[in-house]
Design a protein around this ligand. Structure first.
Ligand SMILES: N[C@@H](CCC(=O)N[C@@H](CS)C(=O)NCC(=O)O)C(=O)O
Length: 292
């Protein structure tokens, strides 16, 4: 049935056959589907995640904290394969009742602290490590949190709206693609104007706002999301391009992007991270060579 022929019934019911990428993991109910224990490593921070834009925010933050010398930011990063439904396992749901990566468990205190939602995780880590990458001056802090929350509110239009209908939906619906392409370009223009007046989103300093926005809009600007660079004419956003390159060249960002990554060049994929040396020895190309 084409989009124009569809008349919604009086009461919506779950049609498992609706197709599209991720249709196999989408459900209209919450909660765990299976009893499943999560592994626990030796570090205080346990991260359960995947190298998507939302996951990358947290691994970049942890690598930046370690680069600043915060040894307490050592972490074990475990892979949650959302395509296999790992996010519906009982232990994972106990950390994130919303069943989405990233999810963090801080085991450094007497009682483990769970943190879910990438924005909340960034603020939690910033506060845990002396307001790192989160300004303490009231005005700069307000600007930083404003851009952080801008990302949390805006990216679903990019991912769930534009990305879904442009790249994943089983049929190309012009109305939906037009609507979300327009909004995505408007968001890129919002960023471009801001980055035309200041080096980073919150002002002169690199903050958790940049860490949150970069994996989504930096990725989009560099043509890495949904194969949509040309379609959205991303080269036009010169200030976003400058900022995306600047952040992408940071060593901690390069490392953070590798963690829990399961696609692309095998040399760029570190499925699990338990030690700083893993970047040199445990990427998929090295593991494959060692297994030969
Ligand atoms: N607002 C959440 C979004 C998290 C999110 O959408 N995660 C996706 C991967 S990027 C996920 O786990 N999807 C699995 C599912 O929907 O079942 C955050 O920022 O943490």
């Amino acid at each position: 049935m084409s989009a124009s022929e569809y008349t919604p019934p009086k009461v919506w019911t779950w049609n498992k056959e609706n197709g599209g990428r991720f249709a196999n993991i989408n459900r209209p109910i919450a909660g765990p589907t299976q009893d499943k224990e999560l592994p626990v490593g030796r570090h205080p921070l346990q991260l359960y995640s995947l190298g998507t834009p939302n996951g990358v925010k947290v691994t970049v933050m942890l690598e930046e904290l370690l680069a600043l010398g915060h040894k307490g930011a050592e972490y074990d990063a475990w892979l949650i394969r959302i395509g296999n439904g790992d996010q519906f396992g009982s232990d994972f749901v106990a950390i994130n009742p919303n069943s989405k990566i990233p999810a963090l468990l801080d085991r450094s205190g007497p009682k483990p602290i769970r943190v879910f939602e990438s924005g909340a995780i960034l603020v939690y880590l910033a506060e845990k490590f002396g307001s790192a990458f989160l300004p303490t001056d009231m005005a700069a802090r307000a600007e930083c949190l404003s851009w952080l929350f801008w990302q949390m509110g805006s990216a679903p239009y990019l991912g769930g709206g534009f990305g879904h209908f442009y790249a994943y939906a089983p049929t190309k619906i012009e109305y939906a693609i037009d609507r979300f392409a327009m909004e995505t370009k408007r968001q890129l223009d919002v960023l471009d104007r801001r980055l035309g007046e200041s080096e980073y989103l919150a002002g002169g300093d690199y903050t958790i706002a940049d860490i949150a926005v970069w994996p989504w809009y930096g990725g989009l600007a560099k043509g890495l999301l949904y194969g949509a660079g040309e379609f959205l004419s991303v080269q036009e956003y010169k200030n976003v391009q400058r900022w995306a390159d600047q952040i992408g060249s940071r060593p901690a960002v390069k490392r953070g992007r590798m963690v829990n990554r399961v696609q692309g060049d095998p040399a760029s994929q570190l499925h699990e991270r338990h030690d700083a040396s893993d970047f040199e020895t445990k990427t998929q190309d090295k593991l494959a060579a060692a297994a030969e």
